[in-house]
Design a protein around this ligand. Structure first.
Ligand code: ATP
Length: 334
């Protein structure tokens, strides 16, 4: 279990992480989401004692990171795959880590095998592709066979087979009862992998909820129906007290209805249907909806001279009246 209590990080006047409190529980994959610059990497770095919190604390199985003896046996992490020593072979990189944590050398070959790098174990890691580097970083995370694993953008640079592999790896580690905490901007992938979500925006907690509840609460689900007898269908639905919206593309949309009810109403009137489908919002839709007010870095098109999309009140402002914390000299991710 990872426990954050009031975790806060200031970089000068910039508030990167703002009083974050949450638990990352064992036995499931917890996804960590937030727009660019939301504070995800800074939070993960503080979890590993790589950055000092301005205030608040992180506990790993009840202890501060610096209190852990041989920390790789408690928590393994992939933060920056390029952090390996490029002049060393994959094997030697891992061997150095293993020695510093009193992990037997035999474990190095095991994890290289797990991540599919046995054939290049003796090659210098500076020649590795992005995907191979990610695999080596994942091998390092697994080295101490820890109960807690943290991955920052683990699918970055992986091909579809690699993405499939890391997804199954994370799920099976969680099924073993381990604590898995993973950040990713790939929403479709996160939707397939995570059971629970922590969402932050501008350093603050926006959601701590199950995947299903997050999608349900932050997006619209509706039934779409098309018929060659649209007028009759609309009248039949109105007559039954069903609220219908004209979608403008020849279809009708019904919020809160079920396909069973709509289908039975149409059948009762002998109305032919060409489409009857439940439309469920994706994680991406729900994420965009929730974080719209806390996106710091917007792209906008110059082609049509349009103004950049208007940014609503920052989520934090709507919430507690404080002003946003964006710094004018930030240049990241424009
Ligand atoms: N060393 C630093 N010095 C100053 N500001 C920093 C530093 N590290 C991060 N920041 C700022 O803190 C904020 C949070 O950054 P962080 O990298 O944690 O966000 P993130 O959610 O991981 O973003 P991304 O999804 O783009 O990787 C950003 O505004 C960033 O510019």
């Amino acid at each position: 279990m990872i426990e954050l209590d009031g975790l806060t990080k200031h970089f000068g006047r910039k508030v990167a992480v703002d009083h974050l409190s949450f638990r990352v529980r064992p036995g499931m994959v917890t996804g960590f989401l937030g727009p660019n610059g939301a504070g995800k990497s800074t939070t993960m770095r503080m979890m590993l004692d790589l950055d000092n919190p301005t205030s608040g604390s992180v506990r790993i199985d009840g202890r501060h990171y610096h209190e852990l003896q041989e920390p790789l046996k408690h928590i393994g992490a992939l933060l920056d795959a390029k952090a390996m020593h490029g002049g060393r072979s994959a094997y030697n990189n891992l061997l150095c880590l293993a020695r510093s944590n009193r992990i037997p050398a035999s474990r190095v070959s095991q994890v290289l095998d797990t991540v599919g790098l046995s054939a290049v174990a003796k090659k210098k890691s500076k020649g590795f592709s992005l995907g191979m580097g990610q695999r080596l970083g994942i091998a390092a995370a697994l080295l101490g066979d820890p109960e807690i694993l943290m991955f920052d953008e683990p699918v970055n640079g992986l091909d579809p087979e690699g993405i499939h592999w890391i997804r199954n790896l994370m799920k099976s580690l969680a099924a073993d009862g381990r604590t898995i905490f993973v950040s990713s901007h790939l929403m479709s992938e996160m939707a397939l992998t995570a059971d629970h979500l922590i969402v932050i925006g501008q350093g603050r907690l926006l959601a701590d909820t199950s995947m299903a509840d997050f999608i349900h609460e932050n997006s619209r689900s509706y039934v779409r129906v098309r018929s060659p007898e649209q007028e009759r269908l609309r009248d039949a639905l109105h007559g039954a007290g069903v609220v219908v919206v004209e979608a403008g593309n020849g279809s009708l949309e019904i919020d809160g209805g079920t396909t069973e009810r709509i289908g039975e109403l149409a059948a009762g009137q002998g109305i032919v249907l060409h489409e009857l489908s439940a439309q469920r919002a994706s994680l991406e839709d729900a994420f965009m909806q929730m974080t719209a007010g806390s996106v710091e870095y917007h792209a906008h098109s110059d082609r049509d001279g349009a103004a950049p999309p208007s940014v609503g009140p920052h989520w934090g402002e709507a919430w507690d009246g404080r002003t946003g914390s964006g710094s004018p000299d930030d240049t990241k991710g424009v």
